[in-house]
Design a protein. Sequence first.
Length: 184
Amino acid sequence: VVLKLTTLGLATCWLECNIKREDILEFVELPDLNEEQNDTIVESEEKEEELEKENLEQPYSIIAFGYPEENEGLFRTNKNVDRKRVNHICKKLDKNLEKIIEPLRWAPSMKNSQPWILYNNLNMIHLYEEKQKKNLKDTNKISMGIALRHFDIACNKFGLEVEYSKIDVKKRLAKEYYITATLK
């Protein structure tokens, strides 16, 4: 969604969400239903109340978006945001792969945590998540998905075929294995 908004010239920002599910229901419009659906409505409302009680759904983030001011650019530059260096996010990097790592380096993350770290091993790149403070644990999953999508787009741009899989990999201190990208 964020990448599509960007292609439309809209600036975006991921924000931590402290909105409760019941607050969201206040501004979510439900469609009008006809008489034949009344029995279904009662069942649906009862099921929804059960879900609300269990609080199974809780938003972790929201996306703010809008057109940038005239004097502001749509994209980040080296001057206005701090990003980790390539050698910090990728260990044992094959220099030929630096072009696909750079877009991942610029990928947005919740609270700018950049929790991803990659280990290059021949034609495989293993993506790990650096363990964060407890309050970032769930939002890091969003950040990891965003980073993986940026990586995938970079691979497509440079004509690299990639196959994703979960494999048995070496455990890394203070890191959780996420996925492996095998370059064909």
